[in-house]
Design a protein around this ligand. Structure first.
Ligand code: ADP
Length: 637
């Protein structure tokens, strides 16, 4: 029979995995058992929701067995099973999206822990096997099928005999070599320990024939006439997992450490979460939840591939594995499970969206997550900052999303870099440190925090002794624009219009200055044409010669952002640029002199002043060569 080829990507991955130095081979059992458990979940769900399916709950089971002579380990389940088409579709391709990304990562970092990080499910069988056989019969079908593969060069599927529905995964262990003793898995204690270690919470009984040494009467009598006893080995069928899902157990029974271990295995993270949130709610809707706040963003978190959501159970039956309606989108990084006996199993996905009970759970969870993040921020600042490094962009984005619907919820969770303190501060901290007379909350935005610090307009604000928030990410400015104000104080871009820093007298003096320089400034404006809406005497510059500021709602940083995102509709969004000139600067004196003596030269200087301001603002010049030529022409004069 011709071998079918794995999909190209899977093939590469499989080779990579088989040949990588892999330290946690033992997780293969967890992966295979978890597939068995999922298959039972599926059939169980059907048995409840579909009257045509008749399987009693207590009959579901998973069996783990081994054969020392044949060197095989078999995991059997009586779950939903697979048709020939299912096998083709599910076992011939790596199911996890993003597998290519992680393959790339693998190539860069040869001993990265693949499965520990991302999991490759069924394929992990090849960590210990050189051949895998899957015999399966889908529920309600007559024909069973056998899928066999010896690794990367393909697989075959043929008809086979199987009494009942369900799946057997038969793993043929590789021969032992100097590095690896695969035979260690052909041992009932070792296997039992692995089940306990990784699969204890699986809700279906995992049966094993376990060897026991018992001290029993032999039937003979000793010299004193007492019954003789001896050690006898027997093999008994045992359920080796405790089956109670971890979230159903009491707080005193399960330590935070246990929960973290569960998290890492279930959600395939290699880092402990920063927090475990346990909820046992009674009232309008009763439910238990166990939520985790990850420390590190998954590799695909900021891509379309990332699917947020919590696992939803009803009395231990999995209804949905990524239920989005349980989790406000701003907290989409949270992982976990929710289990409620009050939810009907028959609710369809569409109906779920409108379910009042779910809405109640969601709003409670939102409060719990917020409270936990606040606690972290207050009590474990360093941990919070690490978390924020990964998920801060999401929280800021949450402020902007849906026209600021969650802005109030999130505003005290954001951190920004403080100019003055040279560290991250909350808006509360900034606000509390504001001097009595500071009229606004100032910020400077650029493509990085370091550049923001160099924005020329920061000078005057700093001279007054006020702190400035330094923005280095696109989202920052949009977030504060959505908030508009914090605790009664408006946000104000130092490169924007009115900084509110001048006294009435100072304003008057500036206006007079503007008037007295009008002729030269108008000349500059005329020279620059529609590149600027105005040319003004700067009220903010102290030592620098020029800078760009803006009028209206769109700042330069926003213009850059709009230019960077795909789609034509935003391309035309431009900031209204104002050239600010420090009229006390020698450069301005030189311009004025040229204006009086040589208009052509004055034009060149006006052009250079504008280009300098554009460069300082971190924007590209429209005409680089023209700029360079102008500067060099000055050399010759
Ligand atoms: P995942 O479980 O993450 O989807 P896997 O690679 O572990 O990825 O499995 C791929 C698919 O193969 C599963 O989604 C399922 O459809 C099918 N499968 C694997 N094991 C079984 C099983 N024991 N019974 C039924 N289907 C299975």
């Amino acid at each position: 029979m011709a071998k079918k080829q794995f999909k190209a990507e899977s093939k590469q991955l499989l080779n990579l995995m088989i040949n990588s130095i892999y330290t946690h081979r033992e997780i293969f059992l967890r992966e295979i058992i978890s597939n068995a458990s999922d298959a039972i979940d599926k059939l169980h769900y059907r048995s409840i929701s579909d009257s045509g399916v008749n399987v009693a709950r207590e009959d579901f089971r998973i069996d783990v067995s081994y054969d020392k002579d044949a060197r095989t380990i078999t995991v059997s389940d009586n779950g939903i099973g697979m048709t020939k088409e299912d096998m083709d579709a599910n076992l011939g391709v790596i199911a996890h999206s993003g597998s290519l990304d992680f393959k790339k990562e693998m190539e860069e970092n040869a001993d990265v822990d693949i499965i520990g990080q991302f999991g490759v499910g069924f394929y992990s069988a090849f960590l210990v096997s050189d051949k895998v056989t899957v015999r399966s019969k889908a529920y309600g079908q007559d024909q069973a099928w056998e899928w066999t593969s010896e690794g990367a060069d393909g697989y075959t599927i043929k008809e086979c005999e199987k009494d009942s529905w369900g799946t057997d995964v038969i793993m043929h262990l590789r021969p032992d070599d100097e590095n690896e003793q695969y035979s260690e898995y052909l041992d009932s204690y070792r296997l039992r320990d692995l089940v306990k270690k990784y699969s204890d919470y699986v809700r279906w009984p995992i049966h094993m024939m376990v060897e026991h040494e018992d001290y029993v009467e032999t039937g003979e009598k000793d010299e004193n006439g007492e019954p003789k006893k001896d050690w006898v080995t027997s093999v008994r069928d045992e359920v080796v997992n405790s089956m109670v899902p971890i979230w159903q157990r009491g707080r005193d029974e399960v330590s935070d450490e246990d929960c973290k271990k569960f998290y890492k295995e279930k959600f395939r993270d290699w880092e402990d979460p920063v927090s475990v949130i346990r909820v046992n709610a009674e009232g309008l809707v009763s439910y238990r939840a166990m939520l985790f706040i990850p420390k590190v963003a998954p590799f695909n978190f900021y891509s379309r591939d990332y699917e947020p959501g919590l696992e939803l159970y009803s009395s231990g039956v999995l209804i949905m594995d990524k239920c989005k309606d349980l989790l406000p989108d701003c907290f989409r990084f949270v992982k976990g499970v929710v289990d409620s006996p009050d939810l009907s199993l028959n609710i369809s996905r569409e109906m779920l969206q409108h379910d009042r009970q779910l809405a109640t759970i969601r709003s409670n969870l939102e409060k719990k997550i917020k409270a936990e993040l606040t606690r972290l921020l207050e009590e474990e600042r360093e941990t919070y900052e690490e978390f924020f490094g990964h998920f801060g962009a999401q929280i800021k984005y949450g402020i902007i999303q849906d026209y600021g619907m969650k802005a109030d919820l999130l505003k005290d969770l954001v951190l920004f870099q403080s100019f003055d303190k040279d560290k991250l501060v909350t808006l509360r901290e900034y606000r509390d440190a504001m001097p009595e007379d500071q009229p606004k909350i100032y910020y400077a935005a650029a493509e990085s925090v370091a550049r923001a610090k160099q924005v020329p307009q920061t000078e005057q604000v700093r001279a007054k002794g006020y702190d400035i928030l330094l923005f280095g990410e696109d989202m920052d400015e949009f977030a504060v624009k959505t908030l508009r104000e914090y605790d009664g104080k408006e946000f104000c871009d130092v490169s924007g219009g009115d900084l509110g820093l001048e006294s009435e007298d100072e304003k008057k003096a500036s206006d007079e200055r503007q008037e007295s320089e009008r002729e030269v400034l108008d000349f500059v404006k005329e020279t620059l044409g529609d590149r600027v809406v105005d040319v003004r005497v700067s009220r903010t510059l102290k030592t620098h010669a020029v800078c760009l500021s803006t009028e209206g709602d769109v700042s330069l940083e926003m213009e850059k952002y709009f230019a960077s995102i795909p789609g034509d509709e935003n391309r035309g969004i431009r900031a209204k640029r104002v050239l600010e000139v420090n009229v006390d600067h020698p450069a301005y004196a030189a311009l004025k002199k040229a204006y009086a003596e040589d208009r052509e030269r004055a034009k060149e200087m006006a052009e250079i002043m504008y280009d300098q301001a554009v460069l300082i603002a971190g924007m590209p010049l429209d005409d680089m060569l023209g700029y360079s030529d102008r500067v060099f022409r000055l050399f010759g004069q």
